[in-house]
Every structure is written in C-alpha cells, then in structure tokens.
Design a protein around this ligand. Sequence first.
Ligand code: PLP
Length: 380
Amino acid sequence: MKQYKQLFSQFLESPHKHFAAHSHHYWPDVSLKATTDYWQLSKEKVDQKWGEIFGPKLKELRQLISKQLGFKKSEQLVFASSTHELVYRVLSCYFGKKIKILTTDSEFYSFKRQAYRLQEVGAVELIEVPLEPFDNFEERFLQTAQQESHDFVFLSHVFFNSGYVVDLDQTLKELTQNTPPVFIDGYHGFMAVPFDFSKYEDKIFYTAGAYKYAASGEGCCFMYVPSNFTLDPVYTGWFAGFNELSSEFTQVHFPKDAQRFMGSTMDYTPMFRLKAYLSELESKNISLSEIQQYINSLKEFFIENLSRSKYAFLNEDTLLLPPGLCGQFLSFKMATEELCKGAHEQLSKDRIITDYRGCVLRIGFGIYHDQEDLETFFKT
Ligand SMILES: Cc1ncc(COP(=O)(O)O)c(C=O)c1O
C-alpha cells in the first residue's frame, strides 16, 4: 500500500483532506520530469520536435493506453485537449442530415450541453433513457434500442452523477449487433474500472482523458475510432491534412485512419505527463485491477465505519449505491440541493474537499489515500 503514496509526494505535503479524486487526482511526482522533458525537447529541437512527438512519443502513449483498454489497433487512437472536441468532430460527420441519438438522461455536461444545442437547431433528435432505477437500466436501454429507430448511440461507462457502472458486456454484446455506431464516454472508467474492449474494437468509439483517475491533469484526451467507421468530419483541423501541406488543394482529403479526427496546433505537455504516469505504473507492475481492488477496500472501509461518522448526512440511507456497483467514488443523495450544498459546505469548513452535483454529494478516493486518511470523516 505504501508504494502508491510514494508516487504522489505532493499529496503527503498537502494541508487539504482531498476527497474529490474522482474529479481531479493529485499529480504524481513523475509529472514534473515529464513537463520539463517537453520543455527541453522544445528548446533543443525547436520545429523539429514535432517529428518526435507525432512519431515515437505518441506511438508509445497510444500503446500504453491501448494496453489498459484492450485495444489491439492502437493506431486508431487520436488525441485532443478535450473530449468535447473529439465527440463534436464525430457528430459533425452527420451534419446536413438530422440524426436520432439514443442516449441517457445522465451524460456529462460536455456531451449533454452540445447535444441539447444541436437538438435546438434541429440537427439531432435525442432519445434519453433515464438511468434510474439502476436495477434494470441495461434492460430498459436495450429495449429502447430495439423499439426506437436511431442512428447513433452515446452512453457513459460509469455515470458522473452517481458512479453507477454499466454492465458493458451485456450492453455492448447486444448493441453492437445492430449497425448504428456506439460511442462510450469512458472518462469515469479509464484507470478506475477495468474493462477489456478488444471484442468490440471494430464497433465502438471510446473517449476519455487524463484529468481524473489517470492523474495527469488537463489537456490530454483521446478517442478510439472503430476501423469500420468511414465517415469524414465536417469540423476538421489542419493537422488531419498533413499530407496536403505542400500542395495547393481544391478538395479536402482525409487519411483513412483515426488521424482524420485530428484538430490543430496544441500543447502536448499533458500527453507527456500521461505517458510518464502509465509507464511508471507499468514499470512498478501496478495493474488497474490491483488499483480497483485497493480502492474497493477503501470504499468498503468507509461504509463499514459510517456509523462512526461525524457527519449525520453520511449514512446508509443517503448512500446511493453499494460499493460494488460504483466506480472510484461514493455518492450520498440528499433530499434537496440546498441540503447537499450545506453538507458540502460543512465538510469544506473542516477542510475536507468533496464536490456535489445536484442533490448528490460525491466522495472520491485515489491510490494515494489509505485508511488513516479516511479517519478524518470519523475522528472527532
Ligand atoms: C463523464 C465525463 N465525460 C467527459 C468529461 C470531460 O469533458 P471535456 O473533456 O469535454 O471537458 C468529464 C469531466 O468531468 C466527465 O465526467
């Protein structure tokens, strides 16, 4: 257990009791060297740095990410600074034709806001399946998929507002038998909930980023593009057209692989940070299932000790989901948003950092926590 903490010395020095690891993980020590490595490369190679970044550096990162997710075609991964950019680029493949998107009522704002706006201007129609009740979500989602015609499917692996983990095996097995592309928002699953996507890699899009459980900060997001998806984006960046740079062109051509979803000039320091962290986990033989097991033990310890909690609003009745059904955070549902805000403020006054969405207070764990850290909720 000790070895996890050692990767994050700034956590040990922090005056805060930070339990919003589901939102923003502490950065591991290796992220500092990764940042200066990027600086050094820029200083030494100037314009020539791009060859190295787009060559060996991103290739290695694609392979590290693919290993975590089970993707065999790592070249089908493309990077951007946000998932919003990548998702919008895929949706733009359909511009000019109104499409029906089958989704849920619990997608993160990044997708929901954009999808609602597209619906307002008549570009899409949304079919939203309620996430709750949790116990038959998959069944209801699949039933709707059968009953309602649709052109595209978008859903989270782990929901941001409750932590509920979708039974992806059951869901993808059925969904991918139909033709519409399936897009998985994996942000709360990546480096938190292991899942082997190899069986579905020719059929699904997948996006996630480094800010949360991958502990590498903002600015590094990626998307896996299924090789059988052949449409080209309308919203296109010039990095997708590197082959055309030296000639005058009258038509926009796209590479066949995932790089046709590239955007424009951006900072790749965040990609160096993610590469450094994933490499470090690999070199220390710390697997994702080991991480999950460790976090599950923290969640269970937290729940077993709830009766000792200093905070009355943290109890078995407000606990939204048992630890086995949720990702790396626990959710406590209050009767009103006001009460939830109050609970969050009470914790903040004690310098315990959490966050909330609507009526749901979220308490998130990282591998740098141990049972001693959790005592802060129990000791008076
Ligand atoms: C489920 C989910 N998807 C996506 C994002 C991030 O979206 P973006 O990269 O567009 O800022 C988050 C961030 O909190 C999230 O929780």
